[in-house]
Design a protein around this ligand. Structure first.
Ligand code: OAD
Length: 266
């Protein structure tokens, strides 16, 4: 396979001169860090697990232990993984342009690469709150359970959600489930970032989940150029000005200006 990602000179020129860039990322952004995607045949999380049993308010009502254990398992996995060259390239880009990252991902790899995230549209694996009174849970539930880091990572291990210190209700993951509202203001901030951008970069999303999937269409409707970075065609491909058919860890370092020293990642 050809290792060099070749990009259209017009795209490279725009990436170099754009003052404001909006980046919409999905699961493919973190795939090369080892975080599984959702819908890829044979390896996506939704191939193996049922979203109806894990990612809905009804699932939580029916079996909070199952839902809690599954998200804690994912959070622990992410803790052991690292940002990839794509995350680092976006952080580097922000040194020379206003780069506004909007992500559907619930991991923290953008932040650990050094990016500020404008909106976590689907919440975070690391922000827990009470399911009854909404109080954020203080403290680190992911590392703070006294488990050996290497244990319990192959499969979710059933455990009870902890009790809220304020009201005793069960603590829930701070992610957005199907049928729930997005975090307050997240979509508004994202839409504004897209509308103000000179270039919109769409990375690693199938474009099948709304309202996130509508963001590139806002850009396309306003004549703002959109580049899609994804090894596969997606529902958003027809709206893209350019399609870069490569993984984000290879493509983004080529696209983002100012190569050289990468910011340290944790
Ligand atoms: P999907 O699993 O639907 O799509 C992942 C996309 O990443 C696919 O289009 C892949 O081709 C692409 N991909 C795979 N490897 C890649 C790589 N190395 N570089 C770039 N792209 C790559 O994931 P999302 O679109 O993020 O929501 O899914 C959206 C939402 O659906 C998620 O946030 C989650 C899920 O249900 C909730 O849980 C609410």
């Amino acid at each position: 396979m050809d290792d060099v990602v070749s990009l259209d000179p017009d795209l490279l020129e725009l990436a170099r001169t754009a003052r404001t860039v909006a980046v919409l990322t999905g699961a493919g952004m973190s795939a090369e860090s080892g975080v599984p995607t959702f819908r890829e045949p044979g390896k996506g999380l939704w191939d193996r697990w049922s979203p109806a049993q894990l990612a809905t308010p009804e699932a939580w009502e029916a079996d909070p232990e199952l839902v809690w254990s599954w998200y804690l398992w994912r959070a622990r996995q992410v803790r052991l993984l690292r940002p990839n060259d794509g995350h680092r390239a976006l952080a580097r880009w922000a040194r020379t342009a206003r780069v506004r990252v909007v992500t559907q991902n619930v991991d923290d790899l953008h932040e650990r690469a050094g990016s500020e995230v404008l909106a976590h549209l689907h919440g975070s694996l690391f922000a827990f709150r009470c399911s009854a009174c909404g109080t954020p849970y203080p403290g680190d539930l992911v590392d703070g359970l006294g488990l050996d880091r290497a244990e319990g990572l192959d499969e979710p291990v059933r455990e009870r959600p902890p009790a809220c210190p304020a009201c005793g209700g069960p603590v829930r993951p701070g992610v957005v489930w199907f049928g729930e509202l997005l975090p307050e203001g997240a979509m508004e901030r994202a839409a504004e970032a897209v509308a103000q951008a000179d270039l919109v970069v769409v990375v690693g999303t199938s474009g099948l989940v709304q309202p996130a999937a509508s963001l590139p269409l806002i850009a396309a409707g306003r004549g703002i150029p959109v580049v899609e970075v994804n090894p596969e065609d997606t529902a958003l491909t027809p709206h893209a000005t350019w399609s870069v058919r490569a993984g984000s860890a290879r493509a983004l370092p080529r696209l983002a200006p100012g190569g050289g020293a990468e910011p340290a990642s944790r």
